[in-house]
Design a protein. Sequence first.
Length: 317
Amino acid sequence: MTQVDLNSVMIELGGALLVLGRVLTPVLVSVVVAAVLLILGFTLVDLVETLRAGPTDAPVTELFFQSQVREDRPIPELLKANYTYLNQRLAEHYGVRDVLGSHFRRVTLTNEDRFGLLGQASILTVTSYNDRTSVVRRGYWVLDTLLGAPPPPPPPNVPPLKENTPGQKPKALRERMEQHRNNAICANCHARMDPLGFALEHYDAVGRYRETDGGATIDSQIKYQGHNVTSPKDFRDALLGLGDEFVRTVSEKLTTYALGRGLNTDDAPFVRQLVRNLKQSEYKWSTLVFSIVKSDQFQMRAAPVAAQTSTATAAQN
């Protein structure tokens, strides 16, 4: 299944949804979840394989999104939900007791470090390298995926980050990044990205919580938009304290996916209306989905190039 296939499903659902009313059917839930997972950075191959494998093998983030969309939860709850899906292996990874067996089940969390997307190992892993965390990747992911404000691409020939020297006192990643940021070419973008990545530095490359990095004490405290961030909860509160920025970003990205094109200045009034509609409905997923489906932008979208070519060829014959 390709992204075009998923978009086609959304198009075909459009007319039926207008007739059936504001009902998030299982098929529509699957389409929305698939779109959001791709937006978050999960590959389509992985997604299709897990969808075919069945619910017991589905990744935690997919199960989490299914519950959020199916239950029509408020969109900001993506960052602060107090539950997740665990089996015994993942529960041990998270330090949660009394979860036995290989099947995933919904578990209410008591440790606020694990609330919402930013506490999920899947998100923390896809924003890391194979052997270490990356404040740049994580910071970029927050700016781009959650806030819709990605920094420009890096300049060419950026020097690699210096690793710790064997036999010498280890330096935490934050200290090594500070040396890297002394490069004037890198400083501006890193000033925006790095603090957001440092806020998540207590999670290692596979999402385990830790206090040290290679023997060096981790300092994850940052100041962001006037907030003193000393914990994952503080970070979530700071992001959600930016008004409707997160909701606007989700709206823009799902609209982009549904339309199969990037948004432009002509779409800005529509996005603002989406956010207003969401605010009036307590930010429910159904409002976002049906506002997009009922819009002129969606119903009058241009056909894919391949489809236009096929239609033109048929007309000539």
